[in-house]
Design a protein around this ligand. Structure first.
Ligand code: CDP
Ligand code: CDP
Length: 205
């Protein structure tokens, strides 16, 4: 088993940004597990069965340019309530825990279900208004026609669905370090995460 950093948290909290930076810093692989749910959501929207879609995901599915749209985010969180679909995605995600070079996985149930034995766990969060502002800047920067109020509504609806579902709900694991990035720059959030990982990798005597 390699060294595993598990990261959970609500929408647009900074999970992906922190995960990529931590993976780069330590030379770990990164898996954005939300992309798997987004790719299945996109195929289900096109009329496919969720389990059939999960079993036949290809790298092309994970590179679709429309995966980051609010519509596909909502479709992802709807398919993510299905326990059979979640189960169909477990083995692929867990295969990253065994990578000898180490791995960072981010999503909603990484600390609690996928990698409960991870060496380091984070729950990355921020105030909903801050998260909506960040996601709005991201989407409008890509030329998508959205309003900040609509993005906030979408983020809150998705958080509620993710936190209230019966199977693998989004919750902070009791042993996770909480990283509230509301008042942090990206550099500060990344530095805090790296410091926590450093302490576990090479504890000072
Ligand atoms: O992966 P997740 O949805 O949790 O969030 P993300 O995609 O990493 O971050 C959402 C947006 O917020 C991105 O545009 C980041 O650049 C930005 N961000 C920020 O402004 N400040 C932070 N401390 C973290 C992320
Ligand atoms: O980047 P953001 O936090 O907005 O979303 P994402 O991480 O791409 O996840 C999209 C959706 O997939 C979430 O709202 C969840 O419903 C679902 N998801 C999940 O249920 N479990 C995971 N491990 C990752 C994502």
């Amino acid at each position: 088993m390699g060294f595993v950093v598990a990261i959970d948290g609500p929408a647009a909290a900074g999970k992906g940004t922190i995960s990529r930076a931590v993976a780069d810093h330590f030379g770990f692989q990164h898996l954005d597990t939300g992309l798997l749910y987004r790719a299945v959501g996109a195929r289900v929207q096109a009329g496919e069965d969720p389990i059939a879609a999960a079993r036949t995901l290809t790298p092309n599915d994970l590179e679709r340019p429309d995966l980051r749209t609010p519509e596909i985010a909502a479709a992802a969180s709807r398919v993510a309530t299905d326990p059979a679909l979640r189960e169909a995605l477990v083995a692929f995600q867990r295969s990253f825990c065994a990578l000898p070079q180490g791995a960072v996985l981010d999503g909603r149930d990484i600390c609690t279900v996928i990698c409960p034995d991870a060496e380091v766990k984070f729950y990355v969060t921020a105030a909903p208004e801050v998260r909506a502002e960040r996601r709005f800047a991201e989407l409008s920067g890509k030329g998508m026609a959205v309003t900040q109020a609509q993005v906030l509504e979408d983020v809150l609806a998705r958080d509620a669905r993710d936190m209230c579902r019966a199977d693998a709900p989004l919750v902070a694991a009791p042993d996770a370090t909480i990283l509230d990035t509301s008042d942090m720059s990206i550099a500060e959030a990344v530095a805090s995460a790296i410091a926590v990982v450093d302490k576990v990798r090479a504890p000072s005597s």
